[in-house]
Write a protein that binds this ligand. Structure first.
Ligand code: HEC
Length: 195
């Protein structure tokens, strides 16, 4: 399993609960380790997916069906399904842990970059939209998996070409909101269907 689950209540709350008689702690929210999911799940799967589609890219940036075969379509579908499963897990999470204590996130040591604590603050400030953007990724990659299973090069090519924007819009809001939206990228509200 790639994810680590912790009790969001933390140790002090558990100790307190243990001292205050038989009562169980109310609900033990399972916090998903976002950092591990990005680094060990979503990113490698997305890179593997782009490797497959880049090997079959046509001159319009779509997928050239003649460069695909049953095996590469199945591999594309499988990567997309895995992304959809991870994204759904984020969308359904009761709590998100940006990174485990002491773990540095990518570029954290660079000037002006966000720390894991900053990211936690951005997520906690608007968990619902975070989950909405994870849901957008789940839907997008679920559609892509279906298109790959149907070997629909037109639709799969379009969805692959839009995938990076779905990743980046969430990164812009929850990882580096201090940055500007790069030209050509949809605003996070657009990804959330609020344009
Ligand atoms: C729902 C929001 C969301 C979506 C969608 C999302 N990410 Fe992330 N991602 C984050 C946040 C927040 C961080 C910062 C925390 C971190 O670096 O671990 C992050 C970090 C990362 C990192 C850096 C991990 C590290 O070592 O610190 C990579 C690489 C990454 N994402 C890739 C992707 C890719 C590729 C996609 C799309 C297929 C994607 N992400 C979609 C929220 C998202």
């Amino acid at each position: 399993m790639r994810m680590l689950t912790i009790s969001a209540l933390g140790l002090p709350a558990l100790l307190l609960a243990a001292c205050s008689a038989e009562q169980e702690p109310e609900t033990e929210a399972q916090a998903i380790n976002l950092h591990a999911m990005m680094k060990d799940g979503i990113n490698p799967d997305a890179l593997a997916l782009w490797d497959i589609s880049n090997a079959a890219i046509d001159d319009r940036g779509g997928i050239d069906a003649s460069a695909m075969n049953d095996e590469s379509w199945a591999a594309l579908a499988e990567k997309a399904r895995r992304l959809a499963a991870d994204a759904s897990e984020l969308a359904d999470a009761e709590a998100i842990m940006a990174a485990p204590p002491g773990v540095m996130i990518e570029e954290e040591d660079e000037p002006g970059a966000s720390s894991a604590a900053d990211v936690q603050g951005f997520i906690d400030a608007d968990l619902e939209d975070f989950k909405g953007m994870a849901q957008a990724l789940a839907v997008h990659t679920g559609d892509l998996a279906a298109a790959a299973e149907a070997q629909d090069a037109e639709r799969a090519g379009l969805l692959v070409s839009q995938l990076d924007a779905v990743c980046e819009s969430c990164h812009l809001k929850y990882w580096y909101p201090q940055d500007e939206l790069p030209p050509g990228y949809p605003h996070p509200d657009e990804i959330l269907g609020r344009d």
